[in-house]
Ligand binder design. Structure first.
Ligand SMILES: Cc1cc2nc3c(=O)[nH]c(=O)nc-3n(C[C@H](O)[C@H](O)[C@H](O)COP(=O)(O)OP(=O)(O)OC[C@H]3O[C@@H](n4cnc5c(N)ncnc54)[C@H](O)[C@@H]3O)c2cc1C
Length: 354
């Protein structure tokens, strides 16, 4: 393991996608960066593993060409329920399904090549205005970035926990080997939740159940999705189900003093949007601009601007969750008016504006 330095320009707490993206962005600005994570790679996590075209663009801004990563392209989104189905292609570019473990490995490699000090298996135990405490020592840091995920301790330590309201849902993910993964990201709407399916390899899909119940598992709901059930009947499961919480949370503030939050630590939209990774790539670029300028002042406004559209889309999509008649009616109308669905998708990926 790399030894912790005495001091660093930027200390990033958390080495998930948000921490690695911020570390890369700050390093590209010439800052010295140290990142620590309690876990040791390969780090996996329950995720739908779909990255929208605007997310791929943002990743490119960090020097990451995810379209060349092992994975599978998808050309748009399909909604489906028991009675109707509608799909639209992205107005520009493609999305990509990339296994989480693949994405993490690729980002770790880029961070190593960029000269970022990576401290794996190193838990951050506290922060102060002068730096962070890891194990039995202190590392001095000009800036501290909390990229420590949804249950962020940095957020708590910095007194940034106040939110404008919060709700939670639960996701369970499993990979399957299939003959044809399809070339759309699919969202299947049911009475008790949604199944979303992302092609992640030429012979593999990632299936996620998202619901308001902590107890529901894929096998419980599959009979409610006969088309998916049939597709998975002959498919080989490649792992066990992995669960995670998806929170809808908007914080009142994402900076205090020399501390800034990024990724899920800084608030999040429901996983149904498939926007988490895109958001954190964009946030990390905005944050690095502020770190370079020597002031965090602009980050709050940039963070708000970046989050506005995904938050709106998340609210819109969650309107359909648990409201059978509204959901059935909406998908049926969209089936008859696919151009409306295409316009909503264009809005979702930032190609048109409200
Ligand atoms: C079910 C589900 C499906 C999803 N589907 C999609 C999708 O299809 N597309 C998409 O774009 N997004 C999706 N998301 C959202 C996306 O997964 C998250 O936005 C993303 O993982 C957030 O990354 P992060 O780096 O902020 O947090 P995390 O990935 O949670 O990383 C936080 C890291 O911080 C470390 N850490 C925590 N505390 C400390 C400490 N004190 N010291 C050191 N290290 C610490 C942890 O070990 C962890 O590695 C989904 C989420 C869920 C739950």
């Amino acid at each position: 393991m790399t030894r912790a330095p005495e001091s660093t320009d930027v200390f990033v707490v958390g080495g998930g996608p948000a921490g690695l993206a911020t570390a890369l962005a700050a390093r590209r600005k010439g800052l010295t960066v140290t990142l620590s994570d309690s876990a040791v790679p390969p780090v996996d996590k329950a995720c739908g593993e779909g990255i929208m075209p605007d997310g791929l663009d943002a990743a490119r801004g960090l020097g990451l060409d995810l379209s060349a990563a092992a994975g599978h392209a998808f050309s748009g989104i399909r909604f489906r329920d028991a009675a109707a189905s509608v799909q639209a292609a992205f107005p520009r570019g493609e999305g990509r399904g990339v296994r989480r473990i693949e994405l993490h490995g690729l980002m770790v490699k880029a961070a190593m090549e960029a000269g970022i000090n990576l401290l794996w298996g190193t838990h951050v135990a506290g922060i102060s205005s002068s730096g962070v405490r890891i194990e039995d020592r202190q590392v001095c840091a000009q800036w501290i970035v909390g990229a420590d995920g949804s249950n962020s301790q940095v957020r708590r330590w910095a007194g940034l926990d106040a939110a404008h309201g919060e709700s939670r849902r639960y996701g369970f993910r499993r990979h399957y080997r299939v003959a044809d993964p399809g070339d759309f990201m699919e969202i299947h709407w049911g009475e008790r939740g949604q199944l979303y399916i992302t092609p992640v390899a030429p012979d593999e899909i990632c299936v996620v159940l998202i619901s308001r119940s902590q107890k529901l598992r894929l096998s419980d709901v599959l009979p409610e999705f006969p088309e998916v059930q049939e597709r998975l009947a002959g498919a080989e499961p490649l792992n066990l189900e992995r669960g995670g919480v998806t929170a809808t949370r908007r914080l009142r503030a994402v900076t205090r003093g020399n501390v800034a939050l990024v990724g899920d630590a800084s608030g999040s939209v429901d996983a149904i949007t498939g926007d988490g990774l895109c958001l954190l790539f964009q946030q990390s670029i905005a944050l690095a601009d502020c770190l370079e300028s020597g002031s965090l002042q602009g980050y709050q406004a940039a963070h708000r601007r970046i989050g506005r559209r995904p938050e709106f889309m998340s609210r819109l999509m969650l309107l359909l969750d648990g409201r059978s008649r509204l959901r059935r009616g909406t998908i049926r109308v969209l089936e008859f008016e696919p151009r409306l669905f295409a316009r909503l998708l264009a809005l979702h990926v930032g190609e048109s504006f409200l």
